[in-house]
Write a protein of this length. Structure first.
Length: 214
């Protein structure tokens, strides 16, 4: 069903006896499955031009709703306000201000390498972060202040064992490096309120990821 909206809000239907209730070209009456959308580039002497689409089935309406939900979720993800931060490190490495996937998302080593490649920090870059910055425990993670006074925050997001159990959320932070150790292990940075060290362990564990600019 299509109709045009006249100069005083009246509806001029293209199909006889087709009801429509246009309101300023706004999307309206979703529960009745009616969309009011702007009609661009139409010259028919109409002051307020809209085209109206009636959605015929609830099933189609649900599909459209899910589509819009996915699109908006993507837009919000794209609008993430994280950024790469210059901490004034000797190497010039810039560190991202947020964990990948959110504070409580964890990756196996193979997933981290596959997804992030050269943006995953090396063992040497993590050691530089540990040794060149001032680390202050906040109660659930560390504020890490670089030589130039800029800072990032590393949450203690815990870790996931190879069998899927999540432990130590809020008390331990464990972050992958890209540097392997042998055929089944890799280096990572681990901390709690009392220490910050480098270690290595099995690649099947799920750990946090903080990227560097490549």
């Amino acid at each position: 069903m299509r109709c045009f909206v006249g100069t005083h809000g009246s509806c001029v239907p293209t199909t006889p006896l087709t009801p429509c209730t246009p309101v300023g070209c706004a999307i309206k009456k979703l529960h009745n499955h009616v969309f009011f959308l702007p009609l661009q580039g139409v010259s028919q002497g109409l002051k307020h031009q809209c085209i109206v689409y009636e959605i015929l089935t609830n099933n189609l309406m649900k599909k459209l709703f899910y589509l819009f939900t996915i699109l908006f979720a993507g837009l919000f993800a794209a609008c993430d306000n994280g950024q790469y931060v210059d901490l004034g490190l000797p190497s010039g490495t810039l560190w991202y201000s947020k964990n990948e996937g959110g504070d409580h998302t964890r990756y196996t080593y193979d997933e981290a390498i596959s997804n992030f490649g050269s943006k995953l920090p090396t063992k040497e870059q993590l050691e530089e972060l540990k040794n060149q910055c001032t680390w202050t425990w906040t109660g659930s993670g560390y504020k890490v202040v670089g030589p130039n006074g800029n800072s990032i925050y590393l949450p203690a997001a815990g870790w996931r064992s190879c069998d899927g159990n999540v432990s130590d959320v809020g008390s331990f932070g464990v972050y992958w490096s890209s540097t392997p150790e042998g055929s089944d292990s890799a280096y990572y940075l681990v901390f709690d309120s009392n220490f910050v060290i480098m270690d290595n362990y099995f690649r099947c564990h799920g750990l946090s990821v903080r990227l560097v600019q490549d």
